[in-house]
Design a protein. Structure first.
Ligand code: SAH
Ligand code: SF4
Length: 340
């Protein structure tokens, strides 16, 4: 709930400033019970506790990787579960959160796709993942270290209203206070929604999963791009209203022998040539039922070397591979299969 929602839920009988008081207590001070909102009369606190619940998603299981990464299976109010990942780094901590339970987009290299879509998450469940993980890892000691990537389960732009509402609460200085500069949303490229995102007053940074160097190649691994084709997507990127501090990010999953040749790298450089962007390369993280292989390290480096001539190009280091926490591996994996 934002302040407006709270105002409405509290009803006309409650003074208007109460909504703001409760909002700040919940998000800025992060109280864990109504009892702790000591600015409210005792009777009102009790009444709130009777009418509302203050719980976020609950930790059902946690898988700890040798590299410090933690994958969480979180329980929602209706009994469904969703995943989120905590990745500590030297200068910052990154929380990778979900926007849907499962995903309706059928990318052929992604384990989440095999779940299909179960449902959208609410704004509360998106913010709740941050609250739960930050609490479990003691991150509130210095929230300036926190980065949020909406790159867990789901296609965020197919749940845009909730994503934007969550972003407003997350970034509000009176909310969680995590600046929009430190929140990134990643999309498979739902062009119409990209344009919608661009005009939102408060919005995360944008990352786009390019993943191929031609329309034909892209269609073969991301069937949704038949509808949202490459040409229109790049046209939308060209007019996307970047803020002064912002660059577009393109993600590119490298699949051995499919999209990882020098010719591919050359074509990608051509496609993105006139955009203010950077590129993140991700060598495929394998999984059961995924019909692709991971390219060798030399191939990945050669691909990077070609793209680096045109834009800043990084290789995303896989995190939590041993616990199925890396990109494209979030599929509620409870038994840990040995990776070959
Ligand atoms: N649905 C959104 C965000 C979640 S996926 C999207 O697709 O952008 C986050 C990133 O992981 C995407 O760039 C996606 O292309 C990548 N990814 C998916 N499966 C992967 C896999 N098996 N190995 C490596 N990266 C993968
Ligand atoms: Fe969904 Fe992203 Fe996985 Fe594609 S890569 S199936 S859009 S989560």
């Amino acid at each position: 709930m934002d302040v407006e929602d709270l105002r409405e839920a509290l009803g006309a009988g409650t003074p208007a400033y109460r909504a703001r008081q409760i909002y700040e207590a919940v998000y800025q001070r992060r109280v864990e019970s109504f009892e702790e909102i000591t600015g409210l009369p005792k009777a009102e606190r009790a009444a709130l506790a009777e009418r509302f619940s203050l719980s976020g998603p609950e930790v059902v299981s946690r898988y700890d990787s040798a590299d410090g990464t933690r994958r969480y299976l979180l329980g929602l109010d209706d009994g469904k579960t969703v995943e989120a990942v905590f990745m500590p780094e030297f200068h910052r901590d990154t929380l990778c959160i979900s926007t849907q339970v499962g995903c309706p987009v059928d990318c052929k290299f992604c384990l989440t796709a095999l779940m299909g879509l179960e449902r959208n998450l609410t704004a509360g469940e998106i913010v709740g993942q941050v609250l739960t993980l930050a609490r479990d890892n003691g991150l509130w000691a210095d929230e300036r270290r926190i980065n949020i990537v909406m790159m867990g389960q789901g296609e965020p732009l197919l749940n845009l209203a909730a994503v934007l509402k969550a972003t407003r609460i997350l970034s509000d200085p009176k909310g969680l206070g995590i600046s929009e500069k430190r929140i990134t949303v990643s999309t498979s490229g739902i062009t119409a929604r990209v344009l919608e995102l661009g005009v939102a007053e408060v919005r995360p940074r944008l990352a786009i999963s390019l993943n191929a160097s031609t329309q034909e190649q892209r269609e073969a691994i991301m069937p949704i791009t038949k509808k949202w084709n490459l040409e229109d997507l790049l046209a939308a990127c060209k007019v996307y209203p970047l803020r002064p501090w912002e660059k577009l990010t393109f993600e590119y999953v490298l699949l051995k022998g499919v999209n990882d040749t020098d010719a591919d790298a050359r074509r990608v450089a051509g496609l993105l040539g006139n955009l203010n962007c950077k590129v993140n390369l991700i060598a495929l993280n394998p999984g059961p039922g995924i019909p692709f292989e991971t390219p060798d390290a030399e191939r990945v480096l050669a691909f990077q070397a070609r793209l680096k001539r045109s834009f800043p190009t990084f290789i995303r280091k896989p995190r939590g591979l041993d616990i199925y926490a890396a990109c494209g591996q979030l599929k509620r994996m409870e038994t840990l299969v040995e990776l070959s």
